[in-house]
Structures are given as structure tokens and as C-alpha cells.
Design a protein around this ligand. Structure first.
Ligand SMILES: Cc1cc2nc3c(=O)[nH]c(=O)nc-3n(C[C@H](O)[C@H](O)[C@H](O)COP(=O)(O)OP(=O)(O)OC[C@H]3O[C@@H](n4cnc5c(N)ncnc54)[C@H](O)[C@@H]3O)c2cc1C
Length: 415
């Protein structure tokens, strides 16, 4: 049996970052995944490291928008009717957390973590030699109507308070920045400080390679074999059972499969999302990700092509894919940008692991000595992976954490 100090379960962007930070602090670490690193949710995101983001995605407040969603006419959200009763308690909590005062509270509680996002990626990408995937060109949010633009005035006010750089633009100025965008929008905001990546999978792979270079071990194994062998923890891997005093669960949307049998039931839901790559027609190109705010999709230039990512879908994590949102958003996307043929025959599907208050869980598992949690990063997992890795590694090694971890504790659900 191999003995290590810490087992990290899940080699997505969060687990890989946690493993690197622990290894950098001199611990012997085993990183265990049942698949290849980075091929879970972390494979398919929009590639935006959104340190600028202030408010989390919220339940729509206006009836017209809600009605469009109910009638399945909105590209922003889809649902499986039969799944709604199951997710109803979570949706009720999400609705409550979408009150304006609660959104401000979330923004303030998330800021310490968000404000480290860019810098922590900066450190890891440099050490991992992955800088070629990082674009320091910000991202653009586009607004087709004056009303939609006016609706995010509060975000700009808070950006001022938090010192987050942005430049509001009219169509002409946005076009000067992104000449391939058609004049179908009236306003844009350029969040100049944000970073984007051209290949999220390659970034997780690079961080995993950095971890291995630091002496960490990468193993294939099923996290659901995790069990107590007092006073330690054991997990089975391709190299036999591994034993450690501490375990970090960084399994993203699959965390409940391992935590449930241990009696840990935290209220996680998934917001499923899809992506598909398209060839760009002619010389059309994008220098930064673009969000079409009213239509809820994002366009990002990836190594594989122009990646369109969808809004959210409420359905069982493992239910058959139903990528109907593409039918609604593709006409708008083609109007905005010269998309050619799709690269793949089918869209990719992923599941954002989300708590209703849009905060991840980072810290000790209640009542389980040596068990640590780092999951539930929702829409911001790529952004927050390295900052999460640093925070939990500081907590586990008894160093002063760079921010107060209390807002991310699992205990908040017991109150
Ligand atoms: C369409 C879409 C767009 C997004 N865009 C952005 C964006 O622009 N910016 C951003 O910051 N975030 C974005 N996100 C969110 C982000 O991708 C996720 O929050 C993040 O990838 C979660 O990372 P993770 O490491 O927690 O989980 P994952 O990447 O899912 O990693 C979990 C790992 O656990 C492994 N695993 C599962 N079960 C087991 C088991 N039984 N045994 C062993 N291993 C197991 C999996 O193989 C996987 O590798 C987006 C998400 C989606 C779906």
C-alpha cells in the first residue's frame, strides 16, 4: 500500500490546482481521477477567467423573461419538466439568493476569492509553462437594446467601488476592437482586466504536469472507493490502495457520488451547459470572448474553432443531452459573427456544479476528520481553480489563509 500525506480526488481545474498548491508546500500528494485530467467539466467551458465578475447569474426578475423560459423560447435556460419537482427546493433557494440585496452580499463575499483569480492563474501558468494559452485581452459583453444595457448599470457602479477596470463602448468603438462583429448590438462593455484561454483542457493538463514535476503522483481510480481506515483514508487506484491522513474531494458535479455514502449531503445542483465549435468564415476572427447578453451565449476563439457555449439547463446530471438551446441561439450568433460549418457532429455537454448561493465549498467537511471539500464552483470553476488551491492548501498546512474562508464553509448550510 502506498502512503501519502494527501489524496486529491478529481483532476479537473480545481483538483489539479489544489494538488499543485499542496505539492508546492512539500506534501506528498496523490491526484486520483477515473479519467484523464481535465476531461470533465473543465474541458468544455468558455475559457474566461472572470476575475471581473461581480454578480452571480441570477433568477430572472422580469415576467417577460420568465415566461420565455417557461415556454422554452429563451436560449438562456432550458429544463426537463420531469426533473423540476426534484430540483424545486434548490430553485427556491436560488430564487431567494437572487434578491438584489443577496446578490450584493454574494458579490462582497466572493470578492476576496475573485480578486486573486487572475494573479493565481498568472503564477501557475508561468510555473507550468502554459502562458501561450492565455490571452490578456479582456472580454466583451454586448447589449442589443438600451434597456438591457441600462439594466447592468449597478454592475458598473460596483465595479467602480471594487476597482475593476472596464470601458463602456458604443457599436463603433466595439467594432474597432472586434472588426468581425456585425452591427446588431448598440452597447458593449469591455472588461479589460479579464483573461481568456485558448484551450482549457491544455491548461488543466499543464497544471497537472507541473504537479507531477513537483513530485506528485497521478493515479487512475474510482473516488467512490474512498473509505475510512482509522485514523487514515483509503482509496483504490490502478497502483493499488493509497492511504493518506487527509483527502480533498474536488470532484465537481460528481462530488455527491462519493460524499453521499459518507453521510455528507450538501445541496448541490447542476446547471448543465453545452458547447460546439464552428469554423469561422473567411477572415472572421475574435480577439477575446464575447457574450451576447440578451441571448445568453458566449463566443470564444479556441484552438479547435469558435466555441459557442450555451446558458443553463436544469435536468438530471446524467440524463440524455438535449441541446435544443442551439436552435434558439444560432440565428442570433450567425447574425453577430460569420460562423461557418460546425467542427463536431454533436455538441459537448457538461454540468456546472452549483450551490444556490453561488459560492463554492472550500474547507473541512463537517464531522469527518481529515476530509476536505473543494467543489461547487458553478459558473466560475476555471476562474477560481488556482485561488481555491492556494486557499485550501493554506488551511490544510496551518498557514494564514489569504482570505477569510468562512463564507465558503460547508457549515453555512447547517444554519
Ligand atoms: C458551458 C460551460 C461554460 C463555462 N464557462 C466558464 C468560464 O468561462 N469561466 C469559468 O470560470 N468557468 C466556466 N464554467 C464552469 C467551469 O467549467 C466549472 O466550474 C469547472 O470546470 C469545475 O471544475 P472542477 O475541477 O470542479 O470539476 P471537473 O472539471 O468536472 O473535474 C472533476 C473531475 O472528477 C473526476 N471524477 C468524477 N467522478 C469520479 C470518480 N468516481 N472517481 C474518480 N474521478 C472522478 C472527473 O473525471 C473530473 O476530471 C463553464 C461551465 C460550462 C458547462
Amino acid at each position: 500500500m502506498a502512503r501519502t500525506d494527501v489524496i486529491v480526488l478529481g483532476a479537473g481545474i480545481v483538483g489539479a490546482s489544489v494538488a499543485v498548491h499542496l505539492a508546492k508546500r512539500g506534501l506528498a500528494v496523490a491526484l486520483v481521477d477515473r479519467g484523464a485530467p481535465g476531461e470533465g467539466t473543465s474541458y468544455g467551458n468558455a475559457g474566461i477567467i472572470e476575475g471581473n465578475t461581480i454578480f452571480p447569474p441570477a433568477f430572472p426578475r422580469d415576467w417577460a423573461n420568465r415566461l420565455r423560459i417557461v415556454l422554452k423560447r429563451s436560449p438562456q435556460a432550458n429544463y426537463h419538466l420531469a426533473f423540476l419537482p426534484k430540483v424545486a427546493p434548490w430553485l427556491a433557494a436560488f430564487f431567494a439568493a437572487s434578491r438584489p440585496s443577496r446578490l450584493v452580499e454574494t458579490a462582497r463575499l466572493m470578492r476576496p476569492l475573485m480578486s486573486r483569480a487572475l494573479a493565481e492563474h498568472g503564477v501557475l501558468s508561468k510555473e507550468a509553462g502554459a502562458e501561450r494559452y492565455f490571452r490578456h485581452t479582456g472580454w466583451l459583453k454586448l447589449y442589443r437594446s438600451d434597456r438591457a444595457f441600462a439594466a447592468q448599470a449597478r454592475e458598473l457602479e460596483f465595479a467602480k467601488e471594487f476597482g475593476i477596470a472596464n470601458v463602456p463602448l458604443d457599436y463603433e468603438a466595439a467594432h474597432a476592437l472586434e472588426p468581425s462583429l456585425a452591427p446588431v448590438f448598440r452597447h458593449a462593455v469591455h472588461w479589460t482586466g479579464a483573461i481568456s484561454v485558448s484551450n482549457p483542457l491544455a491548461v488543466t493538463r499543464a497544471y497537472t504536469a507541473l504537479f507531477a514535476k513537483l513530485g506528485g503522483g497521478v493515479f487512475s481510480g474510482d473516488a467512490r472507493t474512498l473509505r475510512r481506515a482509522h485514523p487514515h483514508w483509503l482509496v483504490d487506484t490502478n497502483a493499488g490502495p493509497i492511504d493518506a491522513g487527509d483527502v480533498v474531494v474536488a470532484l465537481g458535479p460528481w462530488a455527491p457520488d462519493t460524499l453521499g455514502p459518507l453521510g455528507i449531503e450538501l445541496p448541490l445542483a447542476v446547471k448543465r451547459g453545452y458547447h460546439r465549435h464552428f469554423h469561422a468564415e473567411g477572415s472572421a476572427a475574435l480577439g477575446r470572448p464575447v457574450l451576447d447578453a440578451e441571448n445568453g451565449y458566449c463566443l470564444t476563439a479556441m484552438e479547435q474553432g469558435i466555441r459557442i457555449t450555451t446558458g443553463v439547463e436544469f435536468a438530471a446530471r446524467d440524463a440524455q443531452p438535449t441541446p435544443v438551446q442551439f436552435d434558439l441561439l444560432l440565428p442570433a450568433a450567425r447574425e453577430l459573427f460569420a460562423l461557418g460549418e460546425p467542427v463536431e457532429s454533436q455538441p459537448w455537454i457538461g454540468a456546472r456544479p452549483c450551490f444556490a448561493d453561488s459560492r463554492p465549498v472550500i474547507g473541512r467537511a463537517p464531522d469527518h476528520r481529515g476530509l476536505w471539500l473543494a467543489y461547487g464552483h458553478g459558473h466560475w470553476g476555471l476562474t477560481l481553480g488556482p485561488a481555491t488551491g492556494r486557499l485550501i492548501a493554506e488551511m490544510m498546512t496551518g498557514a494564514a489563509p489569504f482570505c477569510d474562508p468562512a463564507p465558503y464553509s460547508a457549515e453555512r448550510f447547517a444554519r
